[in-house]
Design a protein around this ligand. Structure first.
Ligand SMILES: NC(=O)c1ccc[n+]([C@@H]2O[C@H](COP(=O)([O-])OP(=O)(O)OC[C@H]3O[C@@H](n4cnc5c(N)ncnc54)[C@H](O)[C@@H]3O)[C@@H](O)[C@H]2O)c1
Ligand SMILES: CC(C)[C@H](C(=O)O)[C@@H](O)C(=O)O
Ligand SMILES: [Mg+2]
Length: 369
């Protein structure tokens, strides 16, 4: 099969880990007989520097003409003093909006080998297989107005806006995933304060009638933040609005021991997908060959499975990651006792070599979908 993939490395460690995606694609292509045509384009700060805008038309055009998009990360101190509307992050928000990527899936499994790496107790960190379904193109990130007001510009406004349709489509998506997993759905909101959350809760209750096999509960976001640490194993599928999902997923990454382990998929109504790690451009370690490339590599696996109909190929990548970890290799963000700490390049090389070979080992419990 021939597929065209747009790779948008972005900034900081995004530039270092994007090569991991390209390498595993090449290895999977060779092993399974596919041709991946990879085309690179700028986004974020790199695009501001080269084209004067964080999302050039040419990048959007390339994304639209590709079968799927892989993205590293955007942002960094170099662009921190720009007005908010001109920052690298705007390029990311714009591509999500332009491509209609409203459903952001952030799976959080326990990696058995990494349990000791988690700050949580092993019996708590070791029994998790959660999916956070985050609304991605509405809420505070996109509400108008968002501005400074008043004579001295000392009044600030950000608007949390959702339409019924925007909430319905993400809630339905989450119910579908919960039903497919034979499981439970926890809707996370702040319905004791926010009007948007009250409508969110109303819609979840309405849609629940269509999914009698899914057990539904509601939780306030502050309590959910606490439960993610005290008893993450109680969650199956979580559905929540944009900002809550952003915060809760970084928090949940600590179950695995590192933000560098979490992949994500952002899907449109038609099933088109952009795949990116949950983490950012990590300016504190950029350029040092320290970044963990596994979130990017696992995002590539999700792309193969969800967007390209290549389940076997995606699972081969997940198995390769698992097998390299099981052999005791890790990057310095992970605290695995007795392990061999390797740099970004070496980790990419190790996983790529495993993808290239047949492997009989099972995937342990990385059950994304
Ligand atoms: N999707 C994205 O492009 C995205 C996501 C989050 C943040 N950002 C941007 O990234 C910049 C930096 O933000 P931040 O520092 O708050 O968040 P960050 O996610 O970049 O980093 C947070 C911490 O986690 C560590 N970390 C993150 N990814 C890692 C990896 N793969 N391997 C090892 N360690 C890793 C970093 O070193 C840092 O200590 C900001 O400009 C922010 O807006 C972009
Ligand atoms: C960089 C930022 C705009 C982005 C978000 O908040 O969506 C990031 O934190 C993420 O989680 O993808
Ligand atoms: Mg985030």
């Amino acid at each position: 099969m021939k597929k065209k993939i747009a790779v948008l490395p972005g900034d900081g460690i995004g530039r270092e880990i994007a090569s991991g995606a390209a390498a595993v694609l090449e290895a999977a292509g060779k092993r399974f007989g596919h041709e991946f045509e990879i085309e690179y384009a700028d986004i974020g700060g790199a695009a501001i520097d080269a084209h004067g805008t964080p999302l050039p038309d040419s990048t959007l055009e390339l994304a639209r003409n590709s079968d799927a998009v892989l993205l590293g990360a955007v942002g960094g101190p170099k662009w921190d003093n720009l007005p908010s509307a001109e920052r690298p992050e705007r390029g990311l928000l714009a591509i999500r909006k332009e491509l209609g990527l409203f459903a952001n899936l952030r799976p959080i499994p326990s990696f058995q080998k990494l349990v000791q790496s988690s700050p949580l107790k092993p019996e708590i960190a070791g029994n998790v297989n959660m999916l956070i379904v985050r609304e991605l193109t509405g809420g505070l990130y996109f509400g108008k107005p968002s501005e400074r007001r008043g004579e001295n510009k000392e009044v600030v406004v950000d608007t949390l806006q959702y339409t019924r349709e925007e909430i319905e489509r993400i809630v339905v998506k989450a119910f579908e995933f919960a039903a497919a997993r034979g499981g439970r759905l926890t809707s996370v909101d702040k319905a004791n304060v926010l009007e948007s959350s009250r409508m969110w809760r109303e819609i979840v209750n309405e849609k629940a009638a269509d999914y009698p096999d899914v057990t539904v509960d509601h939780m306030y976001v502050d309590a959910a933040a606490m439960k993610l640490i005290s008893s993450p194993g109680q969650f199956d599928v979580i559905v929540t609005e944009n900002l809550f999902g952003d915060i809760l997923s970084d928090e949940a990454s600590m179950i695995t021991g590192s933000l560098g382990m979490l992949p994500s998929a952002s899907l449109s109504e038609s099933g088109f997908g952009l795949y990116e790690p949950v983490h950012g451009s990590a300016p504190d370690i950029a350029g040092q060959n320290k970044a963990n490339p596994l979130a990017m590599i696992l995002s590539t696996a999700l792309m193969l499975k969800y967007s390209l109909g290549m389940r076997e190929e995606g699972e081969a990548i997940e198995r390769a990651v698992q097998s390299v970890l099981n052999d005791g290799y890790c990057t310095s963000d992970l605290q695995m006792e007795g392990s061999t700490v390797v740099g970004t390049d070496k980790m990419i090389e190790l996983v790529t070599a495993r993808v290239a070979e047949e492997s009989e080992s099972s995937i342990d419990n990385i059950v994304y979908m």
